[in-house]
Design a protein around this ligand. Sequence first.
Ligand code: AP5
Ligand code: MG
Length: 190
Amino acid sequence: MLNLVLFGPPGAGKGTQAEFLIKSFGLDHLSTGDLLRSEFAAGTKLGLEAKSFMEKGELVPDSVVIGMIKSKLENSTGSKGFIFDGFPRTVDQAKALDDLLNENNTPISGMLSLEVDKQELINRLLNRGKDSGRADDQNQSIIENRINVYNEKTLPLIQYYKPQNKHFGIKGMGSVEDIAGRLKSVVEGL
Ligand code: AP5
Ligand code: MG
């Protein structure tokens, strides 16, 4: 099984690149951001609870996202592997994910970390915010808060995966196709 953590700051291109990885390797995509937005769109209690955090660019509590991933993993049988997109985002989430995967002896194969300049992230997200309908793309201060939260709480995960030799830094600037090519060659080498 090929289990990939697709990692990077808000706007790094995780969702965009997940599409290419799905086509190349036939993996299942698990994006906690997408899952939370569909919970919210469906008006569930979980979605409503998450909304206030997401609109401010703060992290949703670990227990909520871990529970969501747990139930997705339990309900998917026969998968070739998963692309975890936007998850884990804290060290506690990474530990919980390892515990879940270890139950089935299917560990993380690699952490693909997209590296993009801050100003480029802001430009991409403000641009998408013009028509995405995402509340957290609407203004620069919320976008900057998302980046700050990433730097403070999520970036330390590199130090979680590095000692396991699972961290791969990938330049996330340039054309979508070029970046997809870089990711593909790293995954083929795993
Ligand atoms: P989430 O949905 O995960 O959002 P994010 O990480 O902030 O970032 P995005 O999904 O916006 O960016 P992306 O890296 O996927 O880039 P994309 O491909 O879309 O999380 C949202 C919120 O949910 C969080 O703030 C938090 O509240 C909550 N949450 C989610 N997961 C959580 C967790 N595990 N724990 C706690 N809370 C959680 O690309 C961005 C834009 O750039 C697009 O318009 C795209 O077309 C464009 N683009 C992509 N690649 C390129 C390129 N090469 N050149 C130019 N433009 C490009
Ligand atoms: Mg995304």
